[in-house]
Design a protein around this ligand. Structure first.
Ligand SMILES: CC(C)(COP(=O)(O)OP(=O)(O)OC[C@H]1O[C@@H](n2cnc3c(N)ncnc32)[C@H](O)[C@@H]1OP(=O)(O)O)[C@@H](O)C(=O)NCCC(=O)NCCS
Length: 162
């Protein structure tokens, strides 16, 4: 599947903020990645987290965070970034936006976080769409086993070398 339009990544800017806050997912998906309305204020407070907006032809259609501390359940270190809170707006899911965004991630990390050579994340074992997305974009099992400490059930720990 290929995304219609051009997918790019941008740090959250004041100009993008209102549209990013309006990105929503289906109610049953909230437990997987939250919503920007709840995630963005956390990143505002915590300097370790960068809010990243996924744009389609310049319009915000998705959101995630990069965390210099890694994420709960995954290895951490000076060369590691954690990826968390990934969501694609519910109206645009299944159109290749998530795939294009994850394929754009290595260049974004190299440009914004020189010295960070791996992206780690956790994904719920009962979220097959997300697991398939990460597998299709180069993420592999991080080799640290299943993380059982999450609030939403067992999670796979995945790694992408960038
Ligand atoms: C998971 C999510 C990020 C995927 O983004 P997306 O833009 O819908 O995905 P894409 O259209 O780019 O699809 C890329 C690949 O993901 C997988 N995928 C996406 N949606 C899927 C679905 N409903 N069922 C199965 N696989 C799916 C497929 O492997 C797909 O590749 P293919 O089309 O060649 O088969 C999006 O559905 C989402 O925001 N879900 C709710 C929040 C969430 O689960 N976040 C992840 C937290 S770890």
């Amino acid at each position: 599947m290929s995304a219609t339009g051009t997918i790019t990544l941008s740090p959250l800017t004041p100009e993008l903020r209102d549209a990013a806050l309006r990105i929503t997912v289906a109610p049953e998906q909230v437990r997987f990645g939250g919503t920007p309305a709840s995630s963005i204020p956390v990143a505002d407070r915590e300097s370790a987290r960068e809010s990243v907006v996924i744009l389609r032809d310049g319009t915000p259609v998705g959101y995630f965070q990069l965390d210099t501390r890694s994420v709960p359940g995954a290895p951490a270190g000076a060369h590691i970034l954690g990826l968390r809170a990934l969501v694609i707006d519910r109206a645009l899911q299944g159109q290749g936006v998530g795939r294009a965004a994850m394929l754009a991630l290595p260049d974004y990390v190299r440009a914004r976080f020189p010295g960070r050579t791996a992206v780690l994340l956790t994904v719920n074992a009962d979220n097959p769409p997300a697991i398939a997305l990460y597998a299709a974009t180069g993420f592999v099992d991080a080799g640290v086993g299943i993380y059982e400490g999450g609030h939403a059930g067992p999670q796979h720990v995945l790694r992408l070398d960038v």
